[in-house]
Design a protein around this ligand. Sequence first.
Ligand code: UFG
Length: 332
Amino acid sequence: MNVLVSGGTGFIGSHTVVELMAGGHNVIIFDNFYNSKRDVLDKIYRISGRRPVFYECDMRDEDALRRIFVENDIDAVIHFAGYKAVYESVEKPLMYYENNLGGTFVLLRLMKEFGVSRLIFSSSATVYGIPEHCPVKEDAPLYCLNPYGRTKLMIEDILRDVAAADSSFSVVLLRYFNPVGAHPSGLLREDPNGIPNNLMPRVIQAAKGQIPRLSVFGDDYDTRDGTCIRDYIHVVDLAKGHVAALDYVADSTGAVAVNLGTGNGYTVLELINTFMNVNHVNVPYEIVGRREGDSPSVYADAALAKELFGWEAKLTLEDMVRDALRGAEADG
Ligand code: UFG
């Protein structure tokens, strides 16, 4: 298929582009490098031996996006582009709603105009809020605790409405759990602009001495060691989940939400200890107070992805921590 990938130079987008090309698809990327770097394109080439078609543009620029649809015979869209920092979304909600929703509207209008009916959307387990039960299934109640999460849930709702109104439309809403790790080549990695907030980039900073110590947010939760439990998933497994979902949207109609997780939960301290043991490095840390809005435990029921796509995560926490550090070291 000719697959248009919005945000294809970002962390999950770039890994997915590599797996799409390995799966024989032609890839057309657009990105405005808001939270990624141009050299990712060269790195994709070094890994794949192929260069995706690339357009530098903002997804709200309808004329620029129309040109992409005119110049390429698009079969399906994978929509990653969007702002994603939880804290920033609380400070700048309008910026998040305008960009994430506005860009999606432009994309959907053009898909309709050009008769493109297959879409995979980059959603998040954040739509489960603080889940009552784990493992969390796709039919669990949905609500969000911040504007970033609400943009994901609103877009999910919009896409469900679009699919209900147009019987030819096929959309998969992929709810990611906690993507970590990096491509085993060491070439692609999570490279957020600004100060990272997520656990793995902070662990790496502490391991490399870039911050004096990692703050662990709370050890008084009702979990096995008191720290929060998350379902960390290797980004290469996650990327392969998109290729599997693409085969599914090609032969289905309607909208379906599917978890992409491993089904295993690890505590913050388990992740830190695994990182230290596998990589033979010290990660200085201290326990501090809880972070507002954190859920004690979030891990997936991953059965639906296996049932619908024949996909399941294969890589272990050891693979994740090893590849995460290798990616960070390759870039110094
Ligand atoms: N944590 C720390 N110290 C840090 C950073 C995080 O202890 O410096 C802890 C958090 O308290 C949490 C765990 O590590 O218990 C994971 O935190 P992350 O910020 O890495 O991830 P979250 O689970 O909070 O959120 C992530 C993404 C969201 C996404 C959500 C889906 O950031 O975009 O998963 O569950 F929506």
